[in-house]
Design a protein around this ligand. Structure first.
Ligand code: PLP
Length: 303
C-alpha cells in the first residue's frame, strides 16, 4: 500500500508531495530535540460502494490542532494548506485498504543554531512548518476493537485540574512530546496488561496514553472532564453524539477507580482503534458489552 507524505511550507503557501521513505526533516528541527510541535491523527475510511474516502472528525481534529498551537504559542496553522495536504496524502494512499490513518503535525521550526540561509537555499523551510502522512491501521489495533484489552492504573504524577494553575504543563494540548505516554504503556505491558489508565495523584481517573475513557452506568455514558487534566477526545465526542441521538444520557464528570470498577462497561476510545472494550482493570474483570461496543463503532464511523 502506497503510504504518502506531503510537506507544508507556510511562507511559500505550498504543499509539496514528498517521498515518505526519503530524508525530509533537518536534525535541527525543534520537534526532534524539544518535542516543540503538535499533531493530530485521524481515521480515514473508504466507502466500499463509491470508493470515496472520509476523514473522520475532520473539524474536531483541526479545532483541537488550532487550540494546541495556541497553547504552545505557535502560529495559527493555516487550515486551507493542511486540508490540501491531507487531500493530497489521502488520494495518494487510496488503494486496497478500506481504512488507514492520516497524521498531521506542525513544528516551531529550526533551532537558532541551524544554518538557516544554507537550509533555505536547499529548499528547506526554517520557520514554522507542517507535514501530513498516512499510516496503516495495524492488525493488532483492529483486533482490539473486538477482543478488548486489560488495563492497569498508573499515577499521572500530578493532581487533577493542575492545568488551571500550571498551564505550562500543556495538559489538553496534543504535543509531540509523547515519551511519558509511551513509558506508561510500557509500564502497563511490563505488568502484564495491554494498556495504562492514568489516574491523577489525588485519585481522579484521567485517560489512556492515547485514548479517552468512557464508562457505562445504567442508561448513561460518562467520561472524565477534560479540565481535570486530559485531552478532549474527538472519538469520545463522536460516541456521545451518536449515543444522544439514540436516547442515551451522557456526561462529563470526575470518576474514581472504584467508579470504573463498578461500571456496567468501560471503553478506551480513540481515532484509530475507535472503541476498545476494557475487559479488566487492575486484575478485576469488567462486563463485556458487545452490543454497545458495536453501536459505538457505528456512531464513530458515521461521523
Ligand atoms: N488522550 C490522549 C492522550 C491521546 O493521545 C488521544 C489520541 O491519540 C486521545 C485521548 C483520544 O483522542 P481522539 O479520540 O481525538 O483520537
Amino acid at each position: 500500500m502506497p503510504y504518502a507524505l506531503a510537506l507544508i511550507d507556510f511562507d511559500a503557501g505550498a504543499v509539496v508531495p514528498h517521498d515518505l521513505a526519503a530524508a525530509h526533516l533537518p536534525v535541527e528541527d525543534l520537534t526532534v530535540h524539544r518535542g516543540e510541535g503538535i499533531f493530530e491523527t485521524a481515521l480515514v475510511t473508504v466507502d466500499p460502494a463509491s470508493g470515496a474516502p472520509r476523514v473522520h472528525g475532520a473539524d474536531l481534529h483541526f479545532a483541537r490542532f488550532r487550540a494546541s498551537a495556541q497553547a504552545l504559542a505557535l502560529p495559527a496553522p493555516p487550515r486551507e494548506l493542511f486540508d490540501k495536504a491531507i487531500s493530497t496524502v489521502v488520494e495518494a494512499t487510496l488503494g486496497d485498504a478500506d481504512e488507514f490513518a492520516v497524521r498531521y503535525a506542525m513544528s516551531r521550526g529550526l533551532d537558532s543554531h541551524a544554518d538557516a540561509e544554507a537550509l533555505r537555499a536547499a529548499g528547506v523551510s526554517t520557520g514554522a512548518h507542517g507535514w501530513v502522512f498516512s499510516a496503516s491501521v495495524t492488525a493488532a489495533q483492529k483486533a482490539q476493537r473486538a477482543d478488548g484489552i486489560r488495563a492497569v492504573t498508573v499515577d499521572r504524577g500530578y493532581p487533577a485540574y493542575i492545568g488551571e494553575s500550571a498551564p505550562w504543563l500543556l495538559v489538553g494540548a496534543k504535543t509531540l512530546s509523547y515519551a511519558v505516554n509511551e513509558a506508561a504503556s510500557r509500564e502497563a505491558r511490563a505488568r502484564g496488561a495491554d494498556e495504562a489508565l492514568f489516574v491523577s495523584h489525588d485519585g481522579v481517573v484521567l485517560e489512556g496514553p492515547n485514548s479517552t475513557l468512557v464508562i457505562r452506568r445504567g442508561d448513561t455514558l460518562l467520561t472524565p472532564d477534560p479540565r481535570a487534566g486530559l485531552l478532549h477526545g474527538t472519538t469520545q465526542r463522536a460516541v456521545f453524539a451518536g449515543a444522544q441521538e439514540e436516547g442515551w444520557k451522557t456526561g462529563y464528570t470526575d470518576l474514581s477507580v472504584e467508579d470504573v470498577l463498578a461500571a456496567d462497561g468501560a471503553w478506551m476510545v480513540s481515532s484509530v482503534r475507535t472503541a476498545v472494550p476494557i475487559l479488566g482493570l487492575d486484575g478485576t474483570d469488567l462486563p463485556a458489552q458487545s452490543e454497545l461496543t458495536a453501536r459505538m463503532h457505528a456512531w464513530i464511523r458515521a461521523r
